[in-house]
Design a protein around this ligand. Structure first.
Ligand code: FFO
Ligand code: ATP
Length: 215
């Protein structure tokens, strides 16, 4: 007679732990491949004539003004634009002028959460990972609001970013959880990014043709 180790299919151990989340290895590989392809497609689609870029960026800034109150006591993480992201630096400077705290994301180490460091117009900057300018000695703070640049966004407001997992890693740990707003150019929406257990959805998404979605 057979021993009683339990009949049926043998258990499958082909899983990974991603930041403590058990993930099926084959699924993770397929999803990563899909995201790489979508990232490349959406980054290419973001190339546009400068007039259109200026119009779309102005529309995004108008949208931000409608939904985000910049005022003393509020701390807002924005970003220094790279790879054709909407350039929100004028809006950042405006936020600083109202007395709001403005923070920029800093990669302190590979595969670690981001630090959000205080920025003000003209403050000393240095180049961090990917040559992204970051404040040299701004104080690290927890933002009330995070404006996250989108490569893509799905209908459940899961964000596709540059592929480092930095925002997810960071947003999952912030206490208290900030208001998280994804911003991107029209056309960056896609049906699904096939959310994985580590993905943190945006609370809101603002696209340059004027749509403002909420979860
Ligand atoms: N403006 C801006 N600043 C930002 C971000 C951003 O998306 N936009 N980030 C938001 O996170 C952080 C930097 N993000 C990064 C994301 C990925 C890689 C990186 O090395 N990527 C790999 C490809 C990864 C993959 O596809 O598997 C590479 O290019 O080799 C570097 C930085 C912090 N600052
Ligand atoms: N806590 C985590 N959160 C997110 N990704 C993680 C985490 N830990 C490890 N990773 C790995 O990092 C990669 C992130 O890929 P993903 O497509 O989610 O990035 P992204 O959200 O586009 O990037 P970013 O936030 O940097 O713009 C995955 O391969 C994942 O396995």
């Amino acid at each position: 007679m057979e021993d009683d180790t339990g009949g049926g299919a043998s258990p499958c151990f082909a899983h990974l732990l991603v930041d403590g989340h058990p993930v099926d290895a084959e699924t993770a590989r397929d999803v990563a491949r899909f995201r790489r392809a979508e990232r490349a497609r959406l980054l290419a689609a973001r190339t546009m004539p400068s007039q259109e870029r200026e119009r779309s960026t102005a529309a995004l800034i108008e949208g931000l003004d409608r939904i985000v109150a910049r005022k003393p006591g509020v701390t807002i993480a924005v970003y220094w634009p790279i790879r054709g992201e909407p350039d929100l630096r004028p809006w950042m400077a405006g936020a600083h002028a109202t007395g709001a705290g403005v923070l920029l994301p800093v990669v302190v180490d590979k595969a670690m959460p981001l630090e959000f460091r205080a920025w003000s117009p003209g403050c000393p900057m240095t180049r961090g990972i990917w040559n992204i300018p970051v404040p040299v000695n701004g104080e690290a703070r927890v933002p009330d609001i995070v404006i996250a640049p989108l490569v893509g966004i799905d209908r459940d407001l899961y964000r596709l970013g540059n592929g480092g997992g930095y925002y997810d890693r960071t947003l999952a740990r912030l206490q208290p959880r900030p208001r998280i707003i994804g911003v991107g150019f029209a056309g960056c929406d896609l049906p699904s990014i096939y959310p994985m257990p580590w993905d943190v959805p945006m609370d809101e998404a603002l696209l340059s043709h004027g749509t403002h979605s909420k979860r």
